[in-house]
Design a protein around this ligand. Structure first.
Ligand SMILES: N[C@@H](CCC(=O)N[C@@H](CS)C(=O)NCC(=O)O)C(=O)O
Length: 368
């Protein structure tokens, strides 16, 4: 499999994920268990972010541990921080079983002090965490341990099995379905989480339909715009992104208007039902959120998606975004604007040669 992102016509191509197993009671190897599986994520990556949100929404923080890679991606891929050995042992319980994977928010007022952070910064539990399972320093080591012949890119997220020492799955769309499936429900102490279902049967086909055009045109669309290698490809892709944001805006406008009638203008009731598919939080919201939350801080300038911003051009999407962020800790606590901004602007040196991270927009996200 090729390691290149772009094809000869200058268009960005996302590689197909290689590990596609599931976890279930009937699976010959990967059975549900507590503390057996581990997630390796980047807080910058929208695909990995989906898995952290789903883990939080299903109450799986005490069932599945998390390692957060350093936000800087270099030519050898993602790296993990190296602690002294006692810290590694002591901190496993304290830090890994949190919504954010143990990363402390370094930016409490949501202004952005990126200018003070260097590429080589290695602040434990701020820039990333470590791998208590092996103390590996590179994500690639997991891939090669799982399959010594692996020759594609070393991507996050990775769902790792600590028992067989193999990757169960490295495709976020699959991983969030596994986490949502209920296979871990028995191990969750607070049973209120068991009733959470992000893909209820009656909405499944609508969620799939929404996800499929959102994936190609928005989630992946921003990358196709930003990584385009010639102007014609860029212009086509960026126009397509905004055409589909218009479509989402229309969906949410109609939703808002119908909820306004239903709840007689009561804002609290409206916001409790203000989601993209149906009137409950679903996987469709999770998958759209991780792109929209990055839009104004990064994609507008870094990927040149600058017809307008979400905050100025899309009032209904903006309200939906802020409702998720400010009213649901699973979204807020897993969103780290430092990792997001620093990763894109300092790792993609082809796009941003000097690695200067723009300080704006201020604030990263507006209040509700
Ligand atoms: N299909 C994968 C895509 C994951 C992906 O592209 N991850 C990027 C970060 S946003 C990555 O890890 N890239 C590492 C590299 O290119 O070396 C998924 O959705 O899980």
């Amino acid at each position: 499999m090729s390691k290149q992102w772009a094809s000869t016509d200058g268009a960005f191509k996302r590689q197909v994920s290689s590990f596609r197993e599931t976890i279930s009671v009937s699976h010959p190897i990967y059975k549900p268990a507590k503390n057996r599986y581990w997630l390796y994520v980047s807080l910058a990556c929208p695909w990995a972010h989906r898995t952290l949100i789903t883990r939080a929404l299903k109450g799986l923080t005490s069932v599945i541990g998390v390692t957060v890679v350093h936000w800087h991606l270099d030519e050898k891929g993602w790296r993990m921080l190296q602690p002294d050995s006692t810290a590694a042992a002591d901190r496993k319980n304290d830090y890994f079983y949190t919504l954010s994977g143990g990363i402390k928010d370094n930016d409490s007022d949501h202004s952005h002090p990126a200018g003070t952070i260097k590429n080589d910064s290695q602040r434990m539990f701020i820039d990333g965490t470590f791998d208590p399972n092996h103390q590996f320093s590179r994500l690639s080591e997991l891939y090669l341990k799982s399959n010594p012949d692996y020759s594609a890119r070393f991507t996050v997220p990775v769902l790792w099995d600590t028992e067989t020492e193999t990757i169960v799955n490295n495709e976020s769309a699959d991983i969030i379905r596994i986490l949502n499936s209920g296979v871990f429900d028995d191990f969750v102490d607070d049973k209120k989480f068991n009733s959470v279902n992000l893909v209820p049967k009656e909405l499944e086909s609508k969620i799939d339909e929404f996800n499929s055009w959102v994936y190609d045109n928005i989630n992946n669309g921003v990358y196709k715009s930003g990584f385009a290698e010639n102007p014609a490809v860029y212009e086509k892709e960026v126009t397509n992104v905004f055409n589909h944001l218009d479509k989402v805006e229309q969906v949410l406008k109609e939703k808002y208007e119908s909820l306004e009638r239903k709840f007689d203008g009561n804002t609290k009731d409206i916001l409790n039902h203000y989601f993209t598919v149906g009137e409950q939080l679903s996987e469709a919201d999770v998958r759209l959120y991780t792109t929209i939350i990055r839009f104004d801080p990064v994609y507008v300038q870094h990927f040149k998606c600058n017809f307008t911003t979400i905050r100025d051009g899309y009032p209904h999407i903006h309200l939906w975004l802020r409702n998720l962020y400010w009213n649901n800790p699973a979204f807020r606590a897993t969103t780290n604007f430092d990792h997001i901004k620093l990763h894109y602007t300092r790792s993609h040196t082809r796009i941003n040669l000097l690695g200067i991270t723009p300080l704006g927009p201020k604030p990263d996200i507006r209040s509700l």
